[in-house]
Design a protein around this ligand. Structure first.
Ligand code: ATP
Ligand code: MG
Ligand code: MG
Length: 547
């Protein structure tokens, strides 16, 4: 993580610093507060804030809040929380709505120069007049209104005299331009009933994104305005706006490809559907690709920054493999997560030669390769739980676990031999009767080789807890690839499996959000959304994605 990443945008920035075009760099991350941030946004955050960090510049957080209907204060707070959680602090916190008065004045300036006009066509007529990719558009009959009339009408739009949709303010550019965005794009629309989360009912006209964005960037002194590829065709309009108003700053817009992830969807609109239709428990459901979901799942900020670095920034779209994200958290937790033992599918073991009602305290290292992480106490007693899958009545030598008559080591404890299998009337194994060798604590048995090592917990001391095992949320890599099929059709019905586990007692003290490796099972995080003892599986120990 300490090596600076390199990509074509950072190259441009280095060139601009070297040539003296800029002496300092100023970027911004401009989310619309209409949903929670997802893993795609993380790449943009890491790009913008990472550049500011690495080139001694500044990065603003700006809420692009010009759409009063879809925006909400809840999202503003969640986005601020997520950016900070990822490890970044903004130089300035802004709202595009802070600029409404200035934007209005710039619009007046365009009108005064004859570069914008009030148009009375309705939405459908505007579409008709716009033409197609192969045919030029037609000019609006309202295009040649006088400056005086336009100023008067625009003022009255602001005053709330006209109904929603009855008029727009449009830029007067070129109805024959091969770039559709330049065919007299709308600059303002009327939204009379709307209550804006920042400005309340002060405004009943709202500026369009393509007008707001370049001006907001320029007002903040942004040097490089980084956005996703779908805005490439809007760049001429971005430049037109700044070229035609009196403003002393002209940021450079640079586009990069959206980052998406396989087996999930990364669009706020679709994520909202998952929440509202009840397919997940909320924005922070640990299966969601939102930062809130990944956080609750147990992902660390460092692992997400690492993931963003691994997939990089390019001009071409490609969905990242889930395995890349998982490798990042696995690597982080392998170093940092203390080891614990948890039995997810418990089978009772009775050690017949261990005294009844007795309990001894053993010690287990918190990390096999890092002594500085210390140790914890383990209770050993006559009755234990082991994993049902760690026993077979018969198996060949390749099976490195317990078999009838075979010997295994209990991790951090003794070796045991299975002497007898006890079944219920239906033939299901109820418990195992084993013997232990008291001379094998911390040393190998003499003259024999054990099959393998398995984990366990003392039945006397164990604490029961719920463990949530997650699988991919969708069954196909690109659930929203087919426009004619709702992506919900590809939801994985088995994306969550809940088991009642037996946990080593120290786990009862785990803090919400604390992460562990359950030995041989995977990485787990104590859930932050439940009062009870619940653990979420962050990721398995090995890549189970076959990729
Ligand atoms: P969505 O479709 O999920 O709503 P959006 O682009 O409308 O995405 P914004 O709130 O406008 O969401 O995004 C804020 C910033 O994050 C923008 O600069 C946008 O380009 C960037 N961004 C959004 N999604 C991605 C993504 N998948 N990959 C990279 N950057 C993204
Ligand atoms: Mg959007
Ligand atoms: Mg957007």
């Amino acid at each position: 993580e300490n090596n600076k990443p390199t990509n074509f945008i950072r190259q441009i920035i280095e060139d601009d610093l070297a040539s003296g075009k800029h002496s300092s760099i100023h970027t911004r991350f401009p989310p619309e507060p209409n949903g929670y941030l997802h893993i795609g946004h993380a790449t943009s955050i890491v790009l913008n804030f990472g550049i500011a960090e690495d080139y001694d510049g500044q990065c603003n957080l700006r809420f692009d809040d010009t759409n009063p209907h879809k925006e909400d204060e809840e999202y503003v707070e969640a986005i601020k929380h997520d950016v900070r959680w990822l490890g970044y602090e903004w130089a300035g916190l802004y709202f595009a709505s802070d600029y409404f008065e200035q934007l209005y004045n710039f619009a007046v300036e365009l009108i005064e120069q004859g570069k914008a006009y009030v148009c009375d066509l309705n939405a459908e007529e505007v579409r008709e007049y716009r033409g197609t990719l192969t045919e030029p558009g037609r000019e609006s009959p309202w295009r040649e209104r006088s400056v005086e009339e336009n100023l008067d009408l625009f003022k009255r739009m602001r005053a709330g005299e006209f109904e929603d949709g009855s008029r727009t303010l449009r830029a007067k550019i070129d109805m024959a331009s091969p770039n559709m965005n330049l065919r007299d794009p709308a600059l303002y629309r009327i939204r009379r009933g709307a209550v804006h989360h920042q400005t309340g009912d002060e405004w009943c006209i709202y500026p369009m994104y393509d007008f707001t964005h370049p001006i907001s960037d320029a007002l903040e002194g942004i040097t490089h305005s980084l956005c996703t590829l779908e805005f490439e065709d809007h760049r001429p309009l971005y430049d037109w706006v700044l070229d035609n108003i009196s403003i002393g700053c002209h940021p450079r817009q640079i586009e990069f490809a959206r980052r998406t992830l396989e087996y999930t969807v990364t669009s706020k609109r679709k994520l909202i559907q998952l929440v509202e239709e009840g397919h997940v428990s909320g924005w922070d459901d640990p299966r969601m690709p939102t930062l809130a979901g990944l956080r609750r799942r147990g992902y660390t900020p460092a692992s997400i920054r690492d993931f963003c670095g691994r997939i990089g920034i390019t001009k071409s779209e490609a969905a990242a493999e889930m395995g890349v994200l998982e490798a990042a958290i696995r690597e982080d937790l392998d170093h940092s997560a203390p080891r614990r033992m948890a039995v997810l599918d418990p089978l009772r073991v009775v050690i017949t030669n261990y005294p009844e009602h007795e309990e001894e305290t053993l010690v287990g290292p918190n990390h096999p390769k890092d002594e500085s992480m210390g140790t914890r106490e383990l209770k050993f007693s006559r009755e234990l739980w082991i994993e049902r899958a760690d026993f077979r009545e018969e198996a060949n030598k390749k099976y490195k676990r317990l078999v009838t008559g075979g010997e295994v080591r209990l991790r951090n404890a003794y070796t045991i031999i299975c002497q007898k299998v006890i079944k219920d009337v239906s033939g299901e194994i109820k418990e195992l009767h084993c013997t232990y060798d008291p001379n094998t604590l911390g040393k190998n048995p003499e003259g024999r080789k054990v099959r393998g090592v398995i984990h366990w917990v003392s039945a006397l001391a164990a604490v029961p807890g719920e463990v949530r095992l997650y699988d991919r949320l969708f069954t196909v890599p690109a659930p929203d690839a087919d426009k004619d099929k709702p992506f919900q059709e590809f939801l994985n019905p088995d994306s969550l499996r809940v088991v009642q586990a037996m946990l080593e007692p120290s786990l009862e003290q785990a803090r919400p959000g604390e992460r562990f490796q359950f030995e041989r099972e995977g990485y787990f995080c104590r859930d932050t959304g439940s009062k009870e003892l619940v653990f979420n599986r962050v990721v398995t120990l090995r890549d189970s994605w076959g990729g």
